[in-house]
Design a protein around this ligand. Structure first.
Ligand SMILES: Cc1cc2nc3c(=O)[nH]c(=O)nc-3n(C[C@H](O)[C@H](O)[C@H](O)COP(=O)(O)OP(=O)(O)OC[C@H]3O[C@@H](n4cnc5c(N)ncnc54)[C@H](O)[C@@H]3O)c2cc1C
Length: 404
């Protein structure tokens, strides 16, 4: 059977592709290598931007745990912030554990008419440089467009050259669940002043994301721009962070073993004849906060829209349009990550970021990509300024980057 779209991967990127395609009446098949009900290592945090994307996808998110803002902590400073009110995004986020969230999306894909197959590892089939479909268990399934939604880049991505740029930033993060009486709180908590076991400031943050189900998602994430990144022990970093939050959160023991995974923040190739990459497979993780769910949802929807507009030009028009939407912001984020990789820039930067309520509000809006360069107001101006300054400073930032 010939499909319009074959999707490889059943995370938010793959599901949003399958849902949009099926609802538009396209013949779509999705292959997920795991069994139905798989979990994904994640903080489970949805920003207002991600809630906006779920609204665009027409997904009811009322069963998730609503979040109204962020408690930002740097050293002894704490600020409780509400999500910004903008015309573009709702003013609330959510925590939605991925085991439930991803399966919810896959259920909707199936209800919408997508052919979803589990325990099905798929690889692209390339003929004369064109991806003509996928191979699953020795069977070739043809499709006009193959959507690579495989998450942090693996075998399928390598075949297509959709790999990380070795000169660019990436992240690593680890998470666990633990019981807490504060599980129903409506604020995420982020500690921006993490230190490793040698006392070196870590560019990244520790998080407490209350899930509303008796537990909190606790985790730490770090950017590759710090000195000694290769030696960083995430388990130790998590335990250290847990020792700080244990008392204020009356934290119980981890429910399961902490699990770590990669955060891809670049990709040298995200389209080609017959294929496009979405979500993590395309390197769409925000270097300023490690968020990737929204980008996966948005890029999946966009890929389908490009196919509907014109199947023949879908890969190149997707590349252009997704670039217009994300590239400038993600580039600025990566440049920013070089700056905070230097402890002597990170510390004063944090003092400014949380120094006043106004500065902290701007930091939240900028980090969450809840503004863009055309947004009026202080956050928009800061973003424009940062864009320009970081563009000029880029060569110096790269030359002086902290060596891993
Ligand atoms: C510790 C941690 C915390 C994070 N916290 C947050 C957060 O709080 N908020 C946020 O927005 N983002 C967070 N992220 C990032 C977020 O998890 C990812 O950006 C998001 O999952 C990307 O979705 P995706 O659909 O692109 O990929 P994934 O969710 O990784 O899904 C890819 C799927 O493809 C399947 N697959 C892979 N290869 C094949 C194949 N060959 N055939 C078939 N199936 C295949 C995999 O089994 C997987 O199910 C976090 C990441 C980490 C590691």
């Amino acid at each position: 059977m010939q499909f319009d779209i074959a999707v490889i991967g059943g995370g938010p990127g793959g599901s949003s592709t399958a849902i949009s395609a099926a609802r538009a009446g396209l013949r779509v098949v999705l292959f997920e290598k795991a069994q139905y009900g798989r979990d994904k290592v994640c903080g489970d945090g949805l920003t207002p931007r991600a809630i906006g994307a779920l609204n665009d996808l027409n997904i009811d998110h009322s069963i998730s745990h609503r979040i109204d803002g962020l408690r930002m902590i740097a050293g002894k400073k704490q600020r409780e912030l509400s999500w910004p009110t903008t015309d573009r995004f709702p003013n609330h986020g959510a925590v939605w554990p991925r085991k439930k969230f991803d399966n919810h999306l896959l259920d909707i894909a199936i209800e919408s008419g997508a052919d979803v197959r589990f325990t099905a590892e798929a690889l692209p089939v390339i003929e004369d440089g064109v991806v003509i479909g996928v191979e699953v268990n020795g069977e070739v399934i043809r499709a006009s467009l193959v959507v690579l939604a495989t998450g942090a880049q693996g075998a399928a991505a390598k075949m297509l050259g959709a790999v990380r740029d070795p000169d660019e930033t990436f992240g690593l993060a680890i998470r666990a669940y633990a019981p807490t009486p504060r599980h129903a709180e409506r604020h995420l908590e982020a500690c921006l002043s993490l230190r490793d076991e040698h006392g070196t400031p870590v560019p990244g943050y520790g998080w407490m994301f209350p899930a509303g189900d008796g537990t909190v998602n606790i985790g730490v994430g770090a950017l590759s721009t710090m000195k000694g990144f290769k030696k960083l022990n995430l388990n130790t970093l998590l335990d250290q962070y847990a020792s700080i939050v244990r008392e204020p959160w009356s934290l119980g023991e981890y429910v399961d073993k902490p699990r770590a995974w990669r955060l891809p923040m670049s990709c040298v190739r995200r389209h080609g004849p017959g294929w496009v990459a979405v979500g993590d497979a395309a390197g769409f993780v925000n270097p300023m906060n490690g968020e990737g769910i929204d980008y996966a949802l948005e890029s999946g929807m966009l890929a389908v829209q490009c196919f509907i507009d014109n199947p023949a030009t879908a890969p190149s028009s997707y590349d252009t349009q997704v670039g217009e939407r994300f590239d400038a912001f993600l580039r600025t984020g990566r440049r920013f990550s070089f700056i905070i990789g230097h402890p002597w820039l990170l510390r004063p930067g944090l003092r400014v970021a949380v120094g006043t309520q106004v500065a902290a509000d701007i930091t939240l809006a900028v980090m969450g990509n809840l503004i863009d360069s055309t947004t009026p107001g202080a956050a928009g101006k800061v973003m424009r300024l940062a864009d320009n300054a970081l563009r000029i400073a880029d060569p110096i930032l790269r030359r002086t980057r902290a060596k891993a």
